[in-house]
Ligand binder design. Structure first.
Ligand code: SF4
Ligand code: SF4
Length: 337
């Protein structure tokens, strides 16, 4: 019989002690901070009373695993020089929404398949992910249409639920269980009422979200490759790349070498399939010559090629691409049956 993992609970007044204990135990703690009217992920250096009263982070947490720009190695006179900044140390990522945690599990499929990407793997292995149940989805959210839920546990080590007076802390992985055991003096066993209250919060949040039937979308898109489905979104698209940079699952990157005299460094930097230069050949030929082909690529990659390659949709329904597109292109209008 499978071992039952017990849900824990923590009184809110103890949470600042929890964050301090995390930092005192040598972890870098990343969690929510409010910047203007938006929540962002920031490093929390000291004892902090964290609030989970926000919809979602403006930027997804993917930067903590696949940096916007990172040095892969340095070189001098043709010799590789080890990068002193390569070790990021142990980290706790606190308060990301379950959609973003699920996105990390999708990124794992890309970067941890053999041969694993050592840069990504090191950061992933060193990070404990504590996601926070989403109790108030935005009108751009649609996680339940793409196999997610406001309490999805994929990609999380611990799932936290804000119950008002206390937090429910459910370990998801052995890593999460070990982590919670370290701080067991700050927690107690959760009551049945607390677990039921979490279920009520999740049901209520899910009921507020639009649900689309996306069964068979991979085949539908494959058949629509030459159709006019891509015309409307691509005619408005500016090719700014915002949708891909905000997306928690988009992971295309470029690798460039920068040199000065005999020294140099190799950089990996985010790139975007929405840019014309992304596929421009040295010959001048571009296999995706217009925004129509680029828009199609973005949709096909997320809803068809990803199913062929990994058996998964590479969209978690976070809604960022809808919310931040400067010309209001709504992905749901393209994917809805
Ligand atoms: S954010 Fe909108 S305009 Fe910019 S590339 Fe994406 S779809 Fe096009
Ligand atoms: S495609 Fe849009 S809604 Fe889907 S995960 Fe990316 S940003 Fe979120």
């Amino acid at each position: 019989m499978a071992e039952t993992i017990t849900a824990r609970a923590m009184e809110k007044k103890k949470f600042a002690d929890f964050t301090r204990a995390i930092v005192d135990n040598g972890y870098q703690l990343y969690g929510p901070a409010i910047e203007g009217r938006e929540a962002i992920i920031a490093q929390i250096a000291e004892q902090a009373d964290v609030s989970f009263d926000y919809r979602n982070f403006k930027m997804s947490p993917k930067d903590l695993f696949l940096s916007q720009s990172e040095v892969l190695c340095r070189f001098c006179r043709g010799e590789i020089v080890p990068d002193a900044a390569a070790d990021d140390g142990r980290r706790v990522l606190l308060g990301i929404r379950p959609c973003d945690a699920k996105a990390i599990s999708l990124m794992d499929k890309v970067f941890l398949q053999e041969p694993a990407d050592s840069y990504y793997k090191r950061k992933r292995d060193n990070t404990v992910v504590i996601s926070a149940v989403c109790s108030s989805p935005e009108d751009t959210c649609f996680c339940t249409s793409v196999g997610g839920s406001p309490a999805s546990t994929e990609g999380s080590d611990i799932l936290l639920t804000d119950l008002g007076e206390s937090y429910l802390l459910e370990p998801v992985t052995p890593k999460g269980e070990d982590f919670l055991n370290r701080f067991s003096s700050l927690t107690r066993n959760a009551s049945k009422n607390e677990v039921r209250e979490k279920e009520r919060i999740v049901e209520e949040a899910a009921s507020r979200m639009q649900k689309m039937d996306l069964e068979g979308i991979a085949e539908r898109f494959a058949k629509a490759f030459e159709s006019d489905l891509w015309d409307t979104p691509s005619q408005r698209c500016l090719g700014c790349g915002i949708c891909t940079y905000f997306c928690p699952t988009c992971h295309c990157f470029d690798v460039t070498d920068e040199t000065l005299h005999e020294n140099g460094r190799r950089l990996r930097t985010w790139d975007s399939c929405m840019y014309s230069l992304f596929t421009l050949h040295a010959s001048g030929h571009n296999p995706r010559p217009s925004q129509r082909e680029r828009t199609r690529q973005r949709f096909m990659h997320k809803f068809s090629y990803s199913v062929d390659n990994y058996g998964e949709l590479f969209c978690v329904g976070c809604g960022r691409c809808i919310k931040h597109c400067p010309v209001n292109i709504d992905l749901r209008e393209v994917i809805a049956p």
